[in-house]
Design a protein around this ligand. Structure first.
Ligand code: AMP
Length: 305
């Protein structure tokens, strides 16, 4: 199955207790597509400015990501600057410059319109809806969002959620969106809007997956070195949906559990280094090795007779 993603394509300046980087390649669509590229074909939709050069395209193309739906426009590429506190769980946004996103109207190619799986990465919810409407071939559409849009565009975000099948969001934002502090109840409230699956990312606590009659959870893969959490959520989504695209069939229980594990594995590699650094030299063998370790760590024996 083919995969299309719309989201930010960005330059990120990031500071963590373990170092800092200026204007590195980032953005939700970039992290997502690099992670998904280990499993399936992936096309990126989004705008970049004239400061986005060959080196940036080359990072995506080296992983086989189809960049023909990236629209180059006069102006500045989306820019985000953030800082993490000592525990790495608290992120402070210091600057967001929309640049070419300001007046962006997505126009999907025929190939992107016919992709079977679509991911609406974290951007303005009306843009997510616009892309959703154009994805006429999609059998599965997933959406991510963030506190900024819950605060500033809540109605549009709820309308966007009504139009998708899967929500992949941070647990704090699922709670914030619903005003319900119990995550199971919050997930049920989101499902009542329309999506059949809610995946709540819980940072270094792992991930929980909720469906009408199913629950699944995994811890985060234990890491000794965490340098920069930026992009972990998008890499999770890329591994999750990429794995579902590779499985080809509908999203049954086993495929969803496997996808959750692949998502966790991709997120864990992402945070080991800054930005896209680790994913740029990641291999499929390393992914499968870590998947097997995660499987061993989480397998539960049957109760004694
Ligand atoms: P996450 O997976 O949540 O860590 O996503 C990190 C990415 O989100 C960074 O690479 C940023 O460029 C991007 N980002 C931050 N703020 C926004 C925003 N308001 N809209 C779209 N993308 C954003």
């Amino acid at each position: 199955m083919s995969l299309v993603v719309v989201g930010s394509i960005a330059f990120d300046s990031v500071e963590t207790p373990f170092g800092a980087r200026e204007r590195m390649l980032g953005g939700s669509a970039v992290h997502f597509s690099l992670a998904a590229s280990f499993f399936s074909d992936v096309r990126v939709v989004g705008p970049v400015g004239d400061d986005f050069g060959d080196d940036e395209y080359a990072v995506l193309q080296a992983r086989g990501v189809d960049t023909s739906d990236i629209e180059r426009r006069p102006g500045e590429t989306f820019f985000w600057a953030g800082r993490y506190e000592e525990d790495l769980n608290t992120r402070v946004t210091e600057e967001t410059r929309l640049g070419v996103f300001e007046d962006f109207r997505p126009k999907l190619s025929a190939e992107s319109r016919s992709a079977e799986i679509a991911f609406l990465g974290n951007i303005q919810p009306e843009l997510q809806r616009d892309v959703r409407a154009q994805c006429t071939g999609a059998q599965l559409v997933a959406l991510d969002s963030m506190n900024l849009w819950i605060d500033t565009a809540r109605e549009s975000l709820v309308a966007a959620i009504r139009e998708v099948d899967v929500i992949v969001m941070d647990e704090v934002e699922v709670r914030m969106l619903t005003g319900e502090s119990n995550l199971l109840r919050a997930a049920r409230e989101v499902m009542a809007l329309g999506p059949h699956t809610v995946v709540a990312k819980q940072g270094d606590h792992g991930v929980s997956l909720y469906r009408e009659d199913e629950f699944f959870a995994l811890p985060a893969f234990p890491l000794e070195t965490v340098s920069d959490p930026t992009g972990a959520g998008d890499c999770f989504a890329g591994g999750f949906l990429g794995s579902l695209a590779a499985a080809g069939s509908g999203a049954d229980g086993a495929a969803l559990r496997r996808a959750t594990a692949y998502g966790s594995v991709l997120g864990s590699f992402c945070v080991e280094e800054f930005g896209t650094e680790r994913l740029q030299r990641l291999t499929r063998e390393e992914i499968d090795e870590r998947y097997a370790e995660l499987q061993r760590m989480t397998a539960l024996e049957a109760a004694p007779a």
